[in-house]
Design a protein around this ligand. Structure first.
Ligand SMILES: Nc1ncnc2c1ncn2[C@@H]1O[C@H](COP(=O)(O)OP(=O)(O)OP(=O)(O)O)[C@@H](O)[C@H]1O
Length: 248
């Protein structure tokens, strides 16, 4: 089995007085999508922020074998860790094109722009449109496209389908499937059908510790276990969108 691209060991993070992550252990295998699941407040976003260095942590965060915890966020980003935040954080007053240009870190981004436009033809067509006038799904595409412009080796993607209509969820899932062909992904996703569709591996957090890790399809097939871990039934759980279900 290949060495993990990201390895988190005994990670502790405090937010204010709260001991939010209480010894998280997880591994993300290269060229895979790993879903990070758990109930509200379990610590999923906190885990992503600590991997990026946006929150201080204690323990070990190793990327491609190198310990990251002593490094600041820009250094981690330069190693090839991209982030697609939950609230998308596009610059609403700027055009699609300007948003993408601002995100480019390296000269190669210009070449990658063609690839991004191929992946998101809708964004190419709307390149002169102000991002603030895009729909939530289109803004999500901008957020994903930004991360793809740089030669990222790991993408941390936080709730990409949150608040989107089923028909838009389908488009975002299709885009993320293509993303997953190019890069390793750690995906926080409340929509279990989307997680099941995209992810091969799963880690479940509860109250800041890992309570399950394994194969996504296996967990999804075991509805009692999924229900016990996640508080919902995978069969009836949130978000079976007409769009998101089924493997093609
Ligand atoms: N800025 C903050 N200051 C203090 N505590 C916070 C802050 N943000 C989050 N927390 C707490 O940290 C815990 C974990 O939050 P986190 O956002 O990581 O959870 P999550 O699993 O991503 O949840 P959700 O699915 O609701 O987004 C929660 O108990 C939350 O109340």
């Amino acid at each position: 089995m290949s060495a993990p691209l990201l390895e988190v060991k005994d990670l502790h993070v405090y937010r204010g007085e709260a001991h939010v992550l209480q010894g998280v252990d997880l591994a993300v295998r290269p060229n895979r999508v790993t879903a990070l699941l758990g109930r509200n407040g379990a610590g999923k976003t906190t885990t992503l922020l600590a991997v990026l260095g946006l929150l201080p942590g204690r323990g070990t965060v190793r990327f491609d074998g190198e310990d990251l915890l002593a490094e600041r966020t820009p250094a981690r980003v330069r190693r090839g860790i991209g982030y697609v935040p939950e609230d998308r954080e596009v610059f609403t007053a700027l055009t699609v094109e300007e948003n993408l240009r601002l995100a480019a870190r390296t000269p190669e981004a210009a070449d990658r722009l063609d690839m991004v436009h191929e992946l998101f033809p809708d964004l190419a067509a709307r390149r002169k449109q102000r991002a603030g006038s895009l729909s939530g799904g289109q803004q999500q595409m901008v957020a994903i496209a930004r991360a793809l412009l740089n030669p990222n080796r790991l993408l941390l993607v936080d709730e990409p389908t949150k608040g989107l209509a089923p028909v838009v969820v389908r488009d975002v899932v299709a885009a993320l499937e293509k993303v997953a062909e190019q890069t390793t992904v750690l995906l926080v996703e409340q929509n279990l059908r989307v997680a099941e569709r995209l992810a091969t591996d799963v880690v479940v957090l509860d109250h800041g510790t890992v309570v399950h890790r394994g194969d996504m399809a296996e967990l999804f097939a075991d509805t009692d276990r999924a229900s016990a871990l996640l508080g919902v039934s995978a069969a009836t759980g949130p978000a079976r969108g007409p769009s998101a279900g089924g493997r093609s």
